[in-house]
Design a protein around this ligand. Structure first.
Ligand SMILES: [Zn+2]
Length: 426
């Protein structure tokens, strides 16, 4: 790349194509080293460099444009040196499209016994027990070795709830770290995005958003969300941040989430999203449909010849019945997880395509309202303890931003009638 931004990285990858006339929703395009991402976009998460139960080909067939991988997990195993030696993350995991990595900070901040200093975060390595310090410079070194299209700045994700005095001190440190990240990031074929923190404090969000916006980052993330704050507080955090962001840079809402959270945030001017929900829910047997989530193991689907969602064009819906899916889940066959994951990832990609089309047509809010009404949002937003208990304990499962408590709000499903979702029939 020849064009440079102020800190020597590649030029701004974002093009704003259209704005919804009645909301802040934006239609844009990210031009990244490994391809184009039409926004608003959702990134499925491949925590350790693999989308669970999906081949990269499946992910591509489902319409995924860009995926996320986690720096913390990859530096533990197999280590960035090995990934780099084997040609970088794209080659290593067989995905030739755009990749974004997080900074590793979120996982580290979630570990018990970590110690935050000006230098970075000191913690005990999950595997060897070795004491490690993750610093802004180290995070940049790891992400530059991994080689994603987009690296994220190293920040402190402020817990929720949090005292304002702590949050105020924390964002100042995050801003100092942001400058250190920019200084340490030298890779010319990799974008670096900054992260805005500030909890639910208007002045802190403003301070952080304005300061990050003035730095030469090629995209801006809204962080400190998806930490158990809930749907209404999420909207508030986005509103408090978005009004201070420049229009010409992509906005990434980290770790969100559920369909209703994504669409409300698209309406509030957010462009890209990531979350483990579609794949995690699939593994637990919770499938997304245009009429809400269904629990495929439910007795109602025992003889159900319809596909998961009659309006879906995925491989699972084109070829298999709910009764067969239910049978696979009861038998604990791998194929059940694979088909469920294909369907859920496709559901999210179709939702995002619908959002893009609605923005282009200038009727996003009407489309969103109809989508969420059909989906039954509000009625099914409760806790699914079964899925929660199905996850393994320990830092790996419990500490990923994209696997945090908010993920666990929405898994439950009211039993549907014998005919299943009231979706359109063929
Ligand atoms: Zn499907």
């Amino acid at each position: 790349m020849t064009a440079k931004n102020e800190h020597g990285g590649p030029k701004n990858p974002f093009t704003l194509l259209a704005k919804d006339p009645a909301s802040r929703a934006r239609r844009g395009r990210l031009t990244l080293p490994h391809g184009i991402v039409e926004t608003p976009a959702f990134m499925p998460v491949g925590t350790v460099g693999a989308l669970k139960a999906l081949t990269p080909r499946d992910a591509r067939d489902c319409g995924a444009q860009m995926i996320l991988a986690n720096t913390y997990h990859l530096t533990i195993r197999p280590g960035e040196d090995l990934v780099k030696k084997l040609g970088g993350l794209h080659k290593f995991m067989g995905w030739d499209g755009p990749i974004l990595t997080d900074s590793g900070g979120y996982q580290v901040f979630s570990l018990p016994g970590k110690e935050i200093t000006e230098e970075g975060v000191r913690f005990r390595f999950e595997v060897s027990g070795e004491r490690i310090v993750l610093t802004p410079e180290k995070s940049m070194e790891i992400q530059q070795a991994l080689g994603p299209d987009v690296a994220m700045a190293f920040d402190e994700c402020i817990p929720f709830p949090c005292e304002e005095s702590y949050a105020a001190a924390s964002i100042e440190r995050t801003l100092r770290w942001a400058k250190r990240c920019l200084a340490a990031h030298t890779r010319e074929d990799q974008h670096l995005f900054g992260i805005v923190q500030g909890g639910l404090f208007p002045k802190l969000r403003e301070r952080c958003a304005k300061a990050i916006s003035e730095m030469p980052f090629n995209g801006i993330a809204v962080g400190g969300v998806s930490v158990g704050e809930g749907h209404e507080n999420l909207k508030t955090a986005v509103d408090l941040t978005e009004r201070h962001l420049p229009a010409d840079k992509v906005r990434y809402l980290m770790g969100v989430g559920l369909p209703q959270d994504i669409l409300e945030s698209v309406e509030r001017g957010m462009d890209i999203f990531d979350c483990v929900i579609p794949t995690r829910y699939a593994r637990g047997g919770t499938l997304f449909t245009v009429r809400g989530k269904i629990r495929i193991e439910h007795n109602n689907y025992r003889r159900d010849a319809y596909p998961i969602d009659t309006s879906c064009d995925c491989y699972a819906c084109a070829n298999f019945s709910r009764a067969y899916l239910r049978h696979l889940f009861l038998e604990k066959e791998f194929l059940g997880t694979i088909l469920a994951s294909i369907h859920n990832v496709r559901f999210y990609q179709r939702m995002m395509a619908g959002a893009r089309a609605a923005i282009e047509a200038g009727n996003f809010t009407a489309w969103k309202t109809e989508f969420l009404t059909n989906y039954g949002f509000a009625a099914d937003d409760d806790v699914n303890t079964r899925e929660e208990s199905s996850e393994s304990a320990g830092p790996r499962a419990a500490s990923t931003q994209h696997e945090r408590p908010q993920d666990r709000r929405g898994g439950a499903q009211r039993p549907r009638g014998p005919s299943g979702p009231k979706g359109r029939r063929r």
